[in-house]
Every structure is written in structure tokens, then in C-alpha cells.
Ligand binder design. Structure first.
Ligand SMILES: Nc1ncnc2c1ncn2[C@@H]1O[C@H](COP(=O)(O)OP(=O)(O)O)[C@@H](O)[C@H]1O
Ligand SMILES: [Mg+2]
Length: 256
């Protein structure tokens, strides 16, 4: 397996606080790697450093051999990295289909939402994007949601739409920040199955932050554990689950 994402001695300081303290790990092409740890450990900060929302204060992020450290978010996404957010970030005034078209728009197409003023070329792009969005919704088993508004759907369903929107970007790596938070048990199993199907079918790689330990143990090829901004362990689910430092810092309380 070859390395897709290489995080090297990554550091993020906010005034007096070191949110990431020399964190290094690699994510292999086609794998599901998870990032776990207590609240405030630095997981979302790491996502923000990788996706260009924050400029790390030190260290390096390489993607497929290219140094993308400190690149702006729109440039990072052009490399083929997509993400979802810890809190829902759907546009409440747009239908599910329109929310997915925004995902396609971010990929670089022009003027997808300005229907009245489209050139023939842009019209063709729009038709393609609508076809792609319909295909993604069908693949995810939710074609009937295309014309619903986010507010008409359960929280779990809305998280699935966010996932669908990330897929629209045809990214090679998708970062999911707490994709199962607030989901019912059946919604969690559905989401787990979806992620695995996407990995199988498209060879897409995932970096996942999630607190549901059984889900993480089931889905991950590799787990990286953060605590107070430091990596305290890394390994297979079995290795991490039996790691004393991880049990003390996180797993001992996470099952409550
Ligand atoms: N923009 C910011 N400014 C100041 N402190 C921040 C900022 N973003 C995150 N932090 C701090 O960094 C630490 C890690 O936060 P975060 O990455 O959100 O943790 P996690 O996602 O693991 O719960 C926390 O102490 C948080 O308050
Ligand atoms: Mg977080």
C-alpha cells in the first residue's frame, strides 16, 4: 500500500494553547483511518490544518507526494480532499439535490446555480451535475430525498446528505468529522455500510473522527489516538483497544 496522506510533526498553537503538538502519522491509499480521543484533543483542529481552514504553526502535510501545508481550502479541495463538518453544514434553504450541486460547484464548475443566465456550455455542465447528484443519491439508497428540504429530514438523514455532498466532489480522500453523532443505532449501521461500500467500490480513502467506539473498531484499518494535542497511540483496532495509555486517557470513559 502506498501513502496518500502524510502528516509530519504537525503543530498548531493558539496563543497560549498547543492544540496539536508534533503529530505524525500516515494514511494509506484506499484505507479507513480513524482519529479518536477525548473532547478538546485536537481532532477537528487537525482536520482544519489538513483542509486549509487553519495554517499550521509548524510541520508538514503531504498529499500524494505533494506538499499542501498551509494551502487555502479551495486549493486543497482541488487536490482531491473533501470533508464534512462536526456540525451540520447543509444549506437549509436549498433542497437535497441543490445542496449536492453546491458540492459539484466547489469542484470547479461555473455558475451551476444561476439557472436563468446559463450559457449552453454551463447548461450542459448543469445537466451533468444533476445526473451525477441523482446517481450519488441512488448509490446511497436515498433517491426519494432529492427534492426534500434538509429541515424535513431526520438528523441522521441530513448527515447522510452531507456525506453525499462530499462524494460529489469525487475526492480521493474524505475527512468525516463525527459522521455518526446524533444518529440512531440503525442510522449508524447504515452509515457504516455506506462508508465501506464507497471504499470498496471507488477505492476512496477516509479519515474519520468518531466517538462511537464499536463503530470505529469495526470500520478502521488503522486508529490514531490523540490526547491533549499529542499522539499517544497508533495501530490496528485490536492494538489500540488493548493499549493501556489509550484505556486510561479515553476508552475507560468512552463506554459510559
Ligand atoms: N480557532 C481556535 N482558537 C483558539 N483555540 C482553538 C481554536 N480551535 C480549536 N481550539 C482549541 O484547540 C483545542 C482542540 O480543539 P478541537 O480540535 O476542536 O478538539 P476535538 O475536535 O478533538 O474535540 C481545544 O482546546 C480548543 O478550544
Ligand atoms: Mg471536534
Amino acid at each position: 500500500m502506498s501513502t496518500l496522506l502524510d502528516i509530519s510533526a504537525l503543530q498548531m498553537r493558539f496563543q497560549g494553547l498547543t492544540a496539536l503538538d508534533s503529530v505524525s502519522f500516515t494514511l494509506e491509499q484506499g484505507s479507513i483511518t480513524s482519529l479518536i480521543g477525548p473532547n478538546g484533543a485536537g481532532k477537528t483542529t487537525l482536520f482544519n490544518c489538513v483542509t486549509g481552514m487553519y495554517t499550521p504553526t509548524d510541520g508538514r502535510v503531504s498529499f500524494d507526494g505533494a506538499d499542501i501545508t498551509g494551502q487555502a481550502a479551495h486549493l486543497v479541495s482541488r487536490h482531491g480532499i473533501a470533508r464534512t463538518f462536526q456540525n451540520l453544514a447543509l444549506f437549509g434553504g436549498l433542497s437535497v439535490l441543490e445542496n449536492l450541486l453546491v458540492g459539484a460547484y466547489r469542484q470547479g464548475s461555473s455558475g451551476l446555480l444561476q439557472g436563468a443566465f446559463l450559457t449552453p456550455r454551463a447548461r450542459a455542465e448543469q445537466r451533468e451535475a444533476v445526473a451525477a447528484a441523482t446517481e450519488v443519491l441512488e448509490f446511497l439508497g436515498m433517491p426519494e430525498t432529492a427534492h426534500l428540504m434538509p429541515g424535513e429530514m431526520s438528523y441522521g438523514r441530513q448527515k447522510q446528505v452531507e456525506f453525499a455532498r462530499a462524494l460529489m466532489q469525487k475526492a480521493r480522500l474524505v475527512l468525516l468529522d463525527e459522521p455518526m453523532a446524533g444518529m440512531s443505532a440503525p442510522e449508524k449501521s447504515a452509515m457504516t455500510a455506506l462508508i465501506k461500500r464507497v471504499q470498496d467500490k471507488f477505492g476512496m480513502s477516509f479519515l474519520i473522527v468518531e466517538h462511537d467506539i464499536p463503530v470505529i473498531m469495526d470500520i478502521s484499518d488503522k486508529i490514531v489516538v490523540l490526547d491533549f494535542g499529542r499522539k499517544i497511540a497508533e495501530g490496528t483496532p485490536a492494538e489500540v483497544q488493548s493499549n493501556e495509555a489509550v484505556i486510561a486517557a479515553y476508552l475507560g470513559t468512552a463506554h459510559d
